[in-house]
Design a protein around this ligand. Structure first.
Ligand SMILES: [Cu+2]
Length: 452
């Protein structure tokens, strides 16, 4: 980890970032499933932070060093010592050598900083990159590969006219924390309004939303011809034809876009109605690329009957007298409260997130992959008084693109979102949290223990 400067746009001066390499995103790490690796993560950052630290936040007290880092590989199934526990941070001049067993299916993961109380600032500075796991089953499928497989990493930033990053502070004196960050520039692979020259054939794009708080509603102007083939934790059972992709912070999606009918055309990728990048399709005849397989990888449904318990967990937001969010909580508990989620290794549980707030929260569990069961509206105001759930509608099944293995789920407001999880792999302490980084840094994160 070190400071770098990088051009995000031809017409802007170079931007100062912190990076795991020479670019933002950092280097993409590619591994084979089943082949363990070790990564040395030296912290060579300065001792003064790029952004304003809020010392009121848990873990970011004034007696702590300003610059602290710890790396987590999002979506990885690793022993607790390799998971990047938020309190296991280290300072500039130190390093950590971390073991990654990679005993899991092919998927697009990503690594990023996870330091207690300043996670949102470290990620914002540029501390993230992709981590791709490959396996034989996926390689046996006729999917676009090599130069036809391209990651697209989305993150928004506030860019000043001098090209430098700006992370805003609140108007409350001595409390710089803001409840959500949205930038004025959406970067794709670290570039503002980039273009990509493509051939008139299918491409596999591996999309990752690594933004602090922005959700993306992505679509292609002039073409609705694309298929989703994978979600957070790898391939879907079969391709799903889509016209938009809705990605919350932390989520990943693979899509196959077929440009064969668009020779000599320009295809715009937009977020809502805003252009964020452009594909310039060559005029040559189609260079082939095969037909998308009809089936990809079975995702056997975990039967609900396998669950030995259901945990009902509230998502809450406490507001001040002016209705500004002050703190976000999971099940009413703070980081340092006793651990309440202690699933037994090898068992299956249902976690039902009761969202009492006005926002969608992308909820992420470390270590495990899970399936989404359903989402269901409930009488939220009544719940606050009676603490009893009264549903007001039928359950909604997850969308077709969500019917694969997930590690992050969008828990929508005034709904109960249920996931089913097998706690497999390792015992020990992990965390679950909201992936809106401003929320996570302000108590919307809790430890959980997988027990023997
Ligand atoms: Cu949240």
């Amino acid at each position: 980890m070190r400071p770098i400067s990088a051009k995000v746009h031809r017409d802007l001066p170079a931007t100062q970032f912190w990076s795991y390499g020479a670019s933002v995103p950092g280097p993409t790490i590619e591994v084979q499933s089943g082949e363990a690796i070790f990564i040395d993560w030296p912290n060579e950052l300065p001792t003064k932070h790029m952004f304003t630290i809020d010392h009121n936040l848990m873990g970011a007290e004034a007696n702590k060093p300003e610059v602290r880092t710890i790396v987590h590989v999002h979506g990885s199934k690793v022993p607790p010592a390799s998971d990047g526990y938020p309190e296991n941070w280290y300072v500039p001049g130190r390093t950590a050598v971390v073991h990654y067993p990679n005993q899991q299916d092919a998927a697009l993961l990503w690594y990023h900083d996870h330091t207690m109380g300043i996670n949102r600032l470290n990620v914002h500075a540029g501390l993230f990159g992709l981590y791709i796991i490959r396996d034989r089953e996926e390689a046996a499928l006729d999917l676009p590969r090599g130069k036809y497989e391209i990651p697209l990493v989305f993150f928004d930033r506030m860019l000043k006219t001098d090209g430098q990053l700006y992370y805003p502070v609140s108007e409350v004196e001595d409390m710089p924390w803001i409840p959500e960050f949205f930038g004025n520039a959406i970067l794709v692979n670290g570039k503002l309004l980039p273009f990509l020259d493509v051939e008139p054939r299918p491409y596999r794009f591996r999309l990752a939303n690594v933004s602090n708080g922005r959700f993306y509603n992505l679509s292609l102007l002039d073409s609705d011809d694309f298929h989703q083939i994978a979600t957070d934790q790898g391939l879907l059972p079969s391709p799903v034809k889509l016209s938009t992709v809705f990605l919350a912070p932390g989520e990943r999606t693979d899509v196959v876009v077929d440009f064969s009918r668009f020779a000599s055309r320009q295809i715009v990728l937009q977020n809502g109605a805003v252009e964020i990048m452009k594909f310039r399709v060559a005029k040559d005849k189609s260079s082939g690329g095969g037909v998308l397989p009809a089936t990809l990888r079975p995702v056997p449904k975990i039967p609900e009957a396998e669950a030995i318990r259901t945990r009902y967990l509230t998502l809450e937001e406490n507001v001040d007298v002016l209705a500004s969010p002050m703190i976000h909580l999971l099940n009413g508990a703070r980081w340092h409260d006793p651990v309440t989620e202690q699933p037994k290794i090898g068992t299956t549980e249902i976690w039902a997130f009761i969202n009492l707030t006005e926002d969608s929260h992308p909820i992420h569990l470390h270590l495990v992959r899970f399936q989404i069961l359903d989402r269901r509206s409930f009488a939220d105001e009544e719940y606050l008084v009676t603490r009893k759930l009264r549903y007001t509608d039928d359950p909604q099944s997850p969308s077709l693109g969500e019917r694969g293995w997930k590690d992050t789920v969008q828990a929508h407001p005034k709904m109960v979102t249920r996931i089913i999880v097998r706690f497999e792999g390792y015992t020990g302490r992990y965390v679950w949290h909201c992936h809106i980084l401003e929320h996570e840094d302000n108590e919307m994160m809790r430890p959980f223990d997988v027990v023997a």
